[in-house]
Design a protein around this ligand. Structure first.
Ligand code: ADP
Ligand code: TRP
Length: 320
């Protein structure tokens, strides 16, 4: 089984990204071949300051390594180090109906939020299809919000295969039901665009402040509470063991538990969970040459796969 996924360097890594995408993706390192990359071409649709893109790209590299990406097992690379992906995107665009792209929620949401509706934003899913099909991935570990993009990839691959002959493997999204959508501080989906995130590697005081901002109802300490309706509990559950979660749920139902106490427990779990990651991140940060070497090696390996696929696609359409 081969897995591929990417993350845009367009904001700080948060708990939603980690549990929704990064953790499931990294767990696959044990089970098959893994290709993970920094989607910096995609990020250009929202980041238009060169230094911010460079810094964001460095951050994602450190984030992945800090969270346990093993460069001996995973092909890890920057999208922009294999620009041939754009040739593949072009060949795919030939079989991509406009109506397919017009249906994409992500595009519609961004335009509704005032992001200029340019060609890059519209064609975003075609480049994403090229990322995935380039390495003939079987599965794409992502959060729920990226499911439609993977479905678009499938449609494009099927169309291409029908028109030009079997060229691409048809990939499937891989979404963890338990963490499909991690809630943010306000209960909506945690997302950098809603300013409701808990960042993984922020200073401790900022993490504490963020956790204190989690929105709750106004029940008093004495009142019994429904854990399943509480954002703090949902976030706590991501970190807690089954036994801890059950014990906490029982205390919610019994009454006498204040939200402040649960926030404190969440903060402590967060710190304990991510502290080793933070240390690993600092080590890599001190060694940028090592990080660069990992990315270069990954790009060389990813390019081998991309070239094979591209050759097959070029032959299929008659460029060769
Ligand atoms: P954001 O919404 O903050 O802009 P991205 O769109 O860059 O995050 O998402 C990067 C990856 O993290 C994607 O695979 C996405 O599905 C996943 N992800 C983002 N937010 C969440 C969330 N709240 N719950 C689960 N997965 C998420
Ligand atoms: N669109 C994805 C996101 O915003 C990033 C991405 C780009 C991606 N290419 C990909 C994810 C290929 C999985 C596979 O999170």
């Amino acid at each position: 089984m081969r897995a591929l996924s990417g993350i845009q360097p367009s904001g700080k890594l948060h708990v939603g990204n980690y549990f929704g995408m990064m953790k499931p993706a990294l767990e696959l390192q044990e089970k098959g071949e893994t290709f993970y990359f920094i989607a910096n071409y995609h990020a250009l649709t929202s980041v238009n300051e060169a230094e911010a893109l460079r810094a964001g790209t460095r951050d994602v590299a450190l984030d992945f390594l800090a969270c346990g990406l093993d460069p001996e097992r995973t092909v890890f690379y920057r999208q922009s180090d294999i620009p041939e992906v754009h040739e593949l995107a072009w060949l795919l665009s030939i079989v991509t109906p406009l109506s397919l792209l017009e249906r994409c929620h992500s595009y519609k949401d961004k335009v509704a939020k005032g992001v200029p509706a340019n060609h890059g934003l519209f064609a975003y899913p075609v480049l994403m299809a090229a990322d995935i099909l380039a390495v003939q991935a079987d599965v794409v570990p992502v959060g729920q919000d990226q499911k439609q993009h993977v479905e678009v990839t499938r449609d494009i691959a099927i169309k291409f295969n029908q028109k030009f002959g079997e060229t691409f493997k048809i990939p499937a999204p891989m979404i963890r039901a338990s963490v499909a959508v991690v809630p943010g501080l306000d209960g909506q989906k945690m997302s950098k665009s809603y300013n409701n995130t808990i960042e993984l590697f922020a200073p401790q005081a900022d993490t504490r402040k963020a956790i204190m901002r989690i929105v709750t109802d106004s029940k008093t300490v004495a009142e019994p509470k429904d854990p399943t309706a509480c954002n703090i509990f949902k976030l706590y559950s991501l970190f807690a063991t089954d036994t801890e979660r059950e014990a906490m749920a029982a205390r919610y139902r019994a009454g006498g538990l204040g939200y402040g106490e649960v926030k404190k427990a969440l903060y402590e779990h967060f710190q304990a969970y991510f502290e080793p990651f933070r240390q690993r991140r600092e080590e890599f940060q001190k060694n940028p040459e090592r990080v660069e070497q990992i990315l270069q090696r990954g790009a060389a390996r990813a390019r081998e796969e991309l070239r094979k696929t591209l050759k097959a696609a070029r032959r299929a359409v008659g460029l060769e």
